[in-house]
Design a protein around this ligand. Sequence first.
Ligand code: CTP
Ligand SMILES: C[C@](O)(CO)[C@H](O)COP(=O)(O)O
Length: 227
Amino acid sequence: MHLLIPAAGMGRRMGADRNKVLLTVRGRPLIAWTLLAAEAAQRITWIGLIGQPVDQALLLEIFDSLGLTTPVHFIAGGDTRQASVYNGLQALPEEATRVLIHDGARCLISPDLFDRCAAALENCSGLIAAVPVKDTIKQVDRDLKIENTPDRRCLWAAQTPQGFDVALLKSCHSKGQQLQWMVTDDAALFENCGLPVQVIPGEETNVKVTTPSDLAIAEWILSQRSH
Ligand SMILES: Nc1ccn([C@@H]2O[C@H](COP(=O)(O)OP(=O)(O)OP(=O)(O)O)[C@@H](O)[C@H]2O)c(=O)n1
Ligand SMILES: C[C@](O)(CO)[C@H](O)COP(=O)(O)O
């Protein structure tokens, strides 16, 4: 299975002086943990690491230091996650018919979740990992007045990996560019095109490291694994 790892963000909400995937967690750059999980997965055979050109040398140094056996290719990212994934899709080998897309910032993923998503993608053209929400979710208006409380039984928090038929996803991304859709995950492009997306149970620990408190959470989770 081909895997694209978007890792070309700026980490604004982290407030760090560099791309947050380069920050150290339990002695390793955050992105190293993501790459190691992909390496340990049985079904990942190719990795496209999408990064900003300014980070290329350091990212290449990191995956060289890991001694990965899975082929890893650097792909230049874009100004948004959507643009970065678009670039990644253009860089896929011709033989790639299915692709998993996993946030570099979700460094706590287990190899098993990669493999479960890859296996499930053999039976559908679009899927996401997700977990049921635990909080009651409120939809609010611009004045933060509650407008609606959706039925929690129908609410799942989208994670990554997200997996798709490559030709269909390329078509949805192109339509999104033409119609100027701005989405925060690739599944939304599929949905906007009226294509089905299946939810696969994700992992509570598959958090997206976004703010400083997430770094502390990642440190703790990784410390529990090394016991
Ligand atoms: N132009 C971008 C923006 C984001 N990402 C990647 O998409 C994933 C999810 O994005 P997010 O957590 O929002 O990362 P940042 O955009 O770096 O964070 P922020 O929004 O706080 O700046 C991350 O692995 C990030 O590196 C990317 O490849 N290209
Ligand atoms: C793709 C994603 O991780 C699903 O929850 C999320 O939408 C990424 O959002 P971000 O703002 O780019 O971190």
